[in-house]
Design a protein. Structure first.
Lengths: 258, 1376
């Protein structure tokens, strides 16, 4: 009966067991961590069986397990985005973020707000760029940043605006967090709220999201970038544009996967 | 927020219910489910009407059929309080099933609270039928514990193993592991027996249990091996469970099923030993390990690369966090991480400590205080557990918690995670937090001095996991940092906003607070702060000048309609600073509106001196559009109100706000009762400012509302020292006549004196109180004695009545001599629990009498007894005065009571009280008993004159811990003293106590007897009565117990002394019919004691369902009639417990009367009905307060009597507007079919000799001892400005009584007019001192006459009219 550190406990916990897909709101980063070691075939297997026996049955996706167990990368993100699989793209994005935040974050399974500063601007911008590209500029961090600022940097207003909170049927106007993933919109429709994706939930408060939105990556004049992208998106075939982006990223940090 | 109840969708419930349930569970619809039809308006009620709608199905895991082929099945059923176990257990079971090795595990879990639902309970019982293993943990709610017990007991023998971790003994006894059993728990000498002894335990038994776990292995070797094995496995189980991780739980299940499930007996199942974690330590999400040493932790903190230097600097505020270990080991820690991130992002350092047991006091001291210097490492502590510091949900030890916190000496905040509800359930509930959680996690931490019950985390319905509520986390963290800043900042830089009230809104009322001379107190506070180093530049040199500054200059009382404007806020600025401004538009239109506005700007009234701002809190705003608002269930604050707090927080930049005196409007703004959300007004208004609140020590209930809804650190102040009312004018004459009668009655002058007595008594209007014989009628000697005795008793009653004289000034404690009357009354009560006999009983015993008999005799007017009682009273006063004289110095200050006492006690003969008594007939009083009593009185005296009010304020301002203390009546409970404590209420589940029930019986019996006498020998069928929060706190639930006794039930306490159950008293024992009741709970009672409302409702329904004859059970009789008439089930008709809608308070009849804004009594009655007809239903408690006006009216229409309690001498009928505000006497008359006026009674339990008087007797007594008593009004006049207002208030409240009950005699107004208006000198003084209040006084006289409550001469009225225009001109500035 040895006394071990809580951290090591949590690590094992996360890697081996924390796989029940909490079919709700906020848990997704945590449950993802174990996926970082896809080499263990047993893990994969367990995951699969659990998925089918749990409440995730209500989730419409069926390919979840197979795809998410792949290493997250910009490539993968792009693959999902280009096929309009926003659900998967969303997951990959969060995993990327965890990955970019460093080893400690990977072990922990979520990003601590103060780790965001260690993510390079290029990386964040690359992710953002992909989202914007494949959403006609409706999704992405920089889109969210603009909306957040428009919301007077009030997160409740922002959450309502991007459709992460839903109105409750009470006399006084009140909102509750939307339940993940069922209550989110995973397609780009006309009525999909601008900035709806990618999701950074409020499970651990809003400091992480705030750090992303105020990251130097998104400091530059929005307008210029925005218009650039708009132009490129409309005129340049998607594959090409994206290829460039990725190249740039790879040059900067070639060993991106883990 | 407050008004979900009104959402008028009347549900065809059955259909909708299932849909709602489905939304939650995502499970196929169960066919057998029949929803209870709810025919009443049920608004936002969800599902089954209970607090939580979650279902165990989200916790059910069934092994895959093909996966576990051929493997034995093991079924586990668990019931827990802690939802955090859900994800961990599910993970463990899923892993086991995935292994497909030994068995297929089926598991299903229940959260304790879910078992309230009948359907769920049935499922639970069914689940148990084929269960192998049962696990329970932290089952501390008696009702539910009994349900668990009943269900598990049936299956216990059959089941393979039953494991119950810390819970109520009833449930613990179910434990069974092979030969190991706890069924003998509490009866045998089993090692566990010690845990449940009822003696005062320091740490609570959960803690002892942990200790046992550590020591038991040593004991085990002395047990026979098989027994030892079973016991060992139990211990291991507990360790696994407390270890909480999926790994541990997996091994736990392996161990138990391998050892006890027969199907697995042959299989060898390996399991690892429990992985143990630190019992307590420091945890940080980024840290590589947990720390047992705070220095190591801080070292690591210093090496963090993710933080900049500023965040790590020595100047950063440091916040200590208290966490529950189970959340960390089970990985359910997101809400903790959120708080840590929020604090760090805002520049604070954190020391998050955790502990596994229920006693956090040790870890708090160990990790937050430097062992060498004793200094705290932190500037503030925030507990995120929601529990009391010591004892969790089990048995608390507040003194120990206070001791630990006192040593730490920093602000202590206890925030709340949602435990019994999901996020959405809390959001939509008008009650807010689940009442049981309020009892466990709000009321109990308050007894430790915990502040700010902010709900910071929600619970997800499906995973049971906690998650941050981002805005709440922000609110909590910014507030915590602000408190910490108080510890860090220097005095010179600190900014303080003192807020005074103006209520009712009138210039004459600026600075109102019960019993407090506000401006003199502020002045005294500011002088003291200045001395102490605060920047109070420009403070004028007198309190008078301070008033002038704030309400402009002295002439401004006459010339200017406005107060001093401190700030003009433009509309845009207002909107930018006030995020919720838009929400106010629904009620008040676009800003700026008419209130606190000049049409363009919002005006903030007040005056700034250096870093201190004195501001006037805007009013509710009823004066703007009174009728609409007074009728509405709730309104919102107006723009001016919001602007005031925006100014204080964001423009003035207050480090703290000091609300000055009892009480303001902020905390009564709409919102949830407890557990505010983002849209609750009190929370939005107070914003981020630490709130310090001076509150009258005798008003713990409203102080508690301020504490919970506006996050106040409530610092108590003393009510003015009480004095005996004394006698004056005709009454004094009467006393002299009676005295001469006693000496001369046998000389033949008797009859002559008696006739003088009778005529003088008539002049004094005593004819309504005493049956006086006609003049000229011959009386026998006996009859004469009786008449004189009765008048005498009445006179003595008036004379000895206690009244607070003048107004209290903070920092000026009473002198010892001023404390005498209070001590006399303290001495008049027996305190059997402390072995103290009352002075009157000791004295009565010396003449061979029992004091109770003397009281009875005196009440009856037996002359000898009245005289004896007078002598006893006189001797008591004399003895105590002699004692006080001896302990004080020449300046009248108490010097060193204890030393004096010791020297006094050293020499028997020189005891001052003995010396005094030796000159009276009580010379032979029992010395021992006297000595015990006077030792106690010496302690009390020290406390009465202690001066902690300024000291505690300074402590709060410098971010120190302010010791908590109960609020209440210092006479009943001297622990209320010394003042200057952070006042709290009591454990709401602790009432009513057995003692309270005893006193209640006396009052109820007297009430019923009196009513029988006055009602032709018939028992009253229904009594309409009022329950007050403060009253029930002071008396430990006497009035609550009265209701129970009327309907004939008694409370039953559980092992922890908590009252959650009632049982009927048999009709034989009761000896009379069960009397029906209509209970009107004050809004504050509802907030504080919703569990007790629940209990009452259950009691009423239980009684209505008793199979008893109608003529012996009026509850049943009426309920049956009403059920038939309304076409509803009996249980629903048996609705008798009413109050306001959630988040709304009072009937507003008082406001209407104070504003003179009502047309006729009918309108007041409508107001009462529309605001007070909300009922609490024990069958659908989650629905909160529901409007049930029909039943309310029907129940009231059966009332034969109305009834209220007076609980303390300082607050009587005309002192406050609450009493008439809740009086339904005239209303009942208008509802009754026969139009008969019900009798109206007031019980007076302020003295040892409890009385039941009629309302009119009490009104007369009140008028005689206060409004008309020179001692009282001169005392008030000496407080100046505020004193005039107090006089006016008494008259206005008297009119209120006329309006609601019609029980005020004409002579009361007539005499008042003589005293205050006819007397030219008096009226001049009043007009000079406070013309605004004087105008209101004159107006009230005219109103009393205009409404027909006062018939008087045209001459009187003419004078009043002239006076009115005179004072009006003066105020308007027109000189004549």
């Amino acid at each position: 009966m040895a006394t071990t550190s809580l951290q090591s406990l949590r690590q094992t916990f996360l890697h081996r067991h924390h796989r029940q897909p909490f079919a709700t709101i906020y848990n997704h980063e945590t449950k993802l961590t174990f996926l970082f070691k896809p080499s263990k075939s047993t893990t994969k297997y367990v995951l699969f069986s659990n998925l089918s026996s749990s409440s995730l049955a209500t989730t419409p996706t069926s390919t979840t397990a197979a795809t998410t167990s792949t290493t997250p990368s910009l490539d993968l993100l792009e693959r999902h985005l280009s096929t309009q699989d926003y659900r998967q793209a969303d997951e990959v994005t969060r995993r990327l973020l965890i990955d970019l935040a460093g080893e400690a974050a990977q072990k922990r399974g979520y990003v601590f707000f103060s780790e965001v500063q260690f993510i390079s601007s290029d990386d964040l911008r690359a992710i953002d760029q992909l989202w914007r590209t494949y959403s006609q500029d409706r999704f992405g961090y920089s889109v969210q940043k603009r909306l957040w600022e428009k919301s007077r940097k009030d997160f409740t207003r922002f959450f309502i605006r991007v459709g992460w909170m839903k109105k409750l049927d009470t006399e006084i106007e009140q909102y509750n967090y939307r339940s993940f993933p069922d209550e989110f919109v995973w397609e780009l429709k006309d009525d999909t709220p601008e900035g709806h994706l990618p999701l950074t939930n409020a499970l651990r408060g809003t400091q992480l999201l705030q750090c992303i939105l105020t990251h130097p990556a998104f400091d530059e004049a929005e307008a210029g970038e925005e218009s650039d992208e708009e132009v490129s998106e409309e005129s340049v075939p998607k594959g090409v544009e994206k290829g460039n982006e990725r190249k740039k990223l790879l040059e900067y940090k070639p060993n991106y996967s883990f | 927020m407050s008004s979900l109840v009104s959402t008028p969708f009347t549900l065809p419930c059955s259909k909708k219910l299932d849909q709602l349930t489905l939304l939650h569970t995502f499970l196929p619809r169960r066919s057998g489910r029949v929803a209870r039809p709810i025919s009443i308006q049920c608004a936002a009620v969800m599902g089954n009407g209970l607090f939580t709608q979650t279902k165990p199905e989200v916790r059910r895991i069934v092994p895959e059929p093909n996966g576990s082929m051929g493997l034995p099945r093991v079924k586990v059923v668990y019931v827990v309080l802690e939802a955090q176990y859900q994800s961990s257990l599910s993970a463990a079971v899923q892993a086991l099933n995935a292994d497909r090795k030994y068995a297929g595990f089926e598991v299903v879990g229940y959260l304790v609270e879910e078992l309230r639902d009948e359907e769920t309970y049935k499922t639970f019982c069914k689940d148990l039928e084929d269960a192998n293993i049962f696990i329970g943990s932290l089952i501390f709610v008696e009702e539910l514990a009994l349900k668990v017990k009943a269900a598990v007991e049936k299956e216990r023998d059959r089941m393979d193993a039953v494991l119950v971790f810390p819970s109520m003994p009833e449930v613990m006894r179910l434990n069974k592991l092979g030969s190991f059993s706890m069924s003998q728990l509490g009866q045998s000498k089993s090692p566990f027996f010690q845990l449940f002894k009822r003696k005062k335990q320091s740490a609570g038994f959960a803690e002892s249990m942990l200790k046992l776990v550590r020591t038991l292995p040593k004991v085990l070797k002395y047990l026979p091996s098989d027994k030892a094995q079973d016991a060992r496995l139990y211990i291991l189980s507990l360790q696994f469970w407390l270890g909480g991780s999926p790994d541990n739980l997996q091994n736990f299940l392996k161990m138990i099923s391998g050892s006890y499930v027969p199907a697995l007996k042959g299989t060898k199942i390996d399991y690892a030993d429990p992985v143990l974690y630190l019992d307590s330590g420091i945890w940080h999400p980024l840290a590589p390990m947990m720390y047992e040493d705070v220095k190591e932790y801080l070292n690591w903190y210093g090496t963090r690369k993710d933080l900049n230097e500023k965040a790590k600097s020595a100047n950063a505020p440091v916040i200590g966090l208290v966490l529950q270990r189970s959340h960390i080991v089970t990985g359910d820690d997101a809400h903790y991480v959120a708080v840590i991130m929020e604090l760090e992002a805002r520049g604070a350092k954190v020391i998050p400590l955790f502990a596994g047991g229920l006693d956090f006091s040790g870890p708090t001291e160990r990790y937050l205080r430097d062992p060498v210097t004793g200094k705290p490492f932190v500037h503030a502590v925030v507990s995120l557990t929601g529990f009391a510091l010591v004892g969790g949900p089990a048995r608390q030890d507040h003194p120990r918690a206070i001791e630990a916190l006192r040593k730490l000496d920093v602000p202590y905040i206890v925030a709340l995670p949602l435990v019994f509800q999901t996020t959405e359930e809390w959001l939509i509930s008008t009650l807010g937090l689940h009442p049981i959680q309020v009892a466990l996690q709000v009321a109990l931490p308050e007894l430790d001095g915990g502040m700010e019950p902010i709900v910071f985390s929600g619970r997800d319905p499906r995973t049971g996991k906690s998650h941050a509520l981002h805005k709440r986390v922000e609110q909590l963290c910014t507030r915590a940092i602000k408190w910490a800043e108080l510890k860090r900042k220097t005095k010179t830089e600190k900014k303080l906003a003192i807020t005074v009230f103006s209520f009712p809104p009138d210039k004459g009322n600026v600075g109102t607070a019960a019993y407090l001379n506000v401006f003199s107190s502020i002045y005294s506070v500011l002088k003291d702060l200045k001395r102490d180093g605060y920047n109070v530049e420009g403070l004028p040199d007198s309190a008078e000048a301070l008033i002038e500054d704030v309400i402009h200059d002295k002439e401004a009382k006459f010339n200017s309609p406005n107060l001093n404007v401190a700030y003009r806020m433009g509309v845009r600025e207002y909107q930018a600073l006030t995020p919720y401004a838009q929400l106010l538009e629904e009620n008040w239109g676009k800003p700026p509106g008419n209130l606190n506005s000049d049409g363009e700007h919002l005006l903030v009234y007040g005056k700034q001196y250096g870093n201190v701002f004195i501001g006037v809190q805007p009013t509710f705003g009823y004066e703007g559009d009174p009728m609409r608002l007074l009728f509405s269930k709730s309104a919102s604050p107006h723009h001016g109100f919001a602007a005031y707090y925006s100014f204080v927080e964001k423009i003035f930049g207050a480090d703290a706000v000091l609300h000055f005196g009892t009480h303001g409007s902020l905390e009564f703004m709409p919102g949830k009762q407890v557990g505010m959300s983002d849209v609750c007004y009190p929370d939005s208004l107070i914003g981020n400012i630490p709130n310090i609140y001076y509150y009258a020590a005798n008003n713990p209930s409203e102080a508690t509302v301020a504490k919970r809804r506006s996050y106040a650190n409530t610092i108590s102040y003393l009510t003015p020292p009480a004095e005996n009312a004394g006698l004056y004018k005709g009454l004094k004459q009467l006393a002299e006549l009676i005295s001469s009668y006693q000496s001369l009655k046998d000389t033949g002058r008797g009859p002559q004196i008696v006739s003088s007595i009778i005529s003088t008594a008539r002049q004094c209007n005593l004819d309504k109180d005493v049956n006086l014989p006609e003049e000229g009628v011959e009386l026998s000697a006996e009859e004469r004695d009786l008449v004189v005795g009765k008048v005498y008793a009445k006179i003595m009653e008036i004379e000895s009545r206690l009244l607070p004289c003048g107004l209290h000034v903070i920092g000026e404690p009473p002198s010892a001599l001023e404390a005498v009357a209070t001590l006399v009354n303290i001495a008049a009560l027996d305190r059997p629990e402390d072995g103290i006999y009352s002075l009157p009983s000791i004295l009565a015993a010396t003449v061979g009498r029992n004091i109770e008999d003397v009281y009875r005799g005196s009440d009856k007017g037996i002359l000898a007894d009245v005289e004896l009682l007078r002598q006893i009273t006189e001797a008591s006063r004399g003895a105590i005065t002699a004692f006080v004289n001896r302990t004080t110095n020449s300046k009248g200050q108490v010097v060193d009571v204890s030393n004096k006492l010791t020297s006094i006690l050293g020499f028997g003969m020189s005891e001052p009280w003995v010396q005094y008594l030796s000159s009276t007939k009580f010379i032979r009083a029992d010395r021992e008993k006297l000595r015990t009593l006077f030792e106690f009185l010496g302690e009390c005296l020290k406390l009465v004159v202690a001066d902690n009010e300024l000291g505690s304020l300074k402590l709060a301002l410098q971010g120190s811990y302010v010791e908590p203390g109960p609020g209440g009546d210092p006479i009943r409970n001297p622990k209320v003293l010394p003042t200057g404590k952070n006042i709290h209420a009591l454990d709401p589940q602790a009432i009513p106590t057995t003692a309270a029930l005893q006193s209640a019986k006396v009052v109820v019996d007297r009430l019923v007897e009196r009513q029988k006498v006055e009602n032709g020998g018939k028992y009253p069928e229904t009594i309409a009565l009022v329950l007050w929060g403060t009253d029930n706190i002071k008396t430990y639930g006497e009035s609550l117990a009265q209701v129970l006794w009327m309907i004939g039930v008694r409370p039953v306490a559980d092992t922890f002394g908590r009252v959650n159950r009632v049982e009927p008293v048999s009709l034989e024992e009761l000896g009379r019919p069960r009397i029906d009741v209509v209970v009107n709970c004050s809004g504050v009672f509802r907030d504080l004691f919703i569990n007790q409302m629940n209990l009452l409702d259950r009691a009423v329904k239980m009684v209505a369902e008793l199979d008893e004859p109608e003529e012996l059970n009026f509850v049943r009789k009426h309920a049956q009639q009403q059920a038939q008439e309304l076409g509803v089930p009996l249980r629903e008709a048996a609705t008798r417990v009413f109050s306001n809608a959630s988040g709304s308070y009072s009937s507003n009849v008082n406001l209407a009367v104070e504003n003179s804004s009502w047309n006729d009594e009918k309108q007041l009655q409508d107001m009462y009905l529309s605001r007070k007809s909300f009922a609490f239903d024990c069958d659908a408690p989650g629905a909160g307060m529901m409007e049930k006006r029909k039943v309310f009216e029907m129940a009231l229409s059966t009332a034969d009597a109305t009834f209220q309690n007076l609980d303390s001498s300082e607050i009587s009928l005309t002192d406050v507007s609450h009493y008439f505000d809740s009086d339904p006497t005239n209303l009942v008359q208008s509802l009754r079919k026969d139009g008969k006026k019900p009798s109206a009674y007031i019980a007076d339990t302020t003295t040892a000799n409890a009385q039941v008087r009629t309302l009119s007797e009490t009104v007369r007594l009140d008028a005689r001892t206060k409004l008309l008593n020179p001692k009282w009004y001169e005392g008030m006049m000496s407080s100046g400005y505020e004193g005039v207002r107090e006089i006016e208030k008494r008259l206005t409240n008297t009119v209120g009584w006329s309006a609601t009950s019609g029980q005020v005699d004409n002579w009361v107004y007539e005499e008042a007019n003589t005293t205050f208006i006819e007397d030219e000198q008096m009226r001049k003084r009043l007009m000079e001192t406070n013309p605004n209040s004087f105008r209101k006084l004159v107006q009230t006289f005219l109103e009393a006459s205009g409404r027909g409550y006062w018939e008087t001469s045209e001459e009187n009225l003419e004078r009043l009219r002239e006076l009115y225009s005179e004072v009006e001109d003066k105020i308007e500035g027109i000189e004549r």
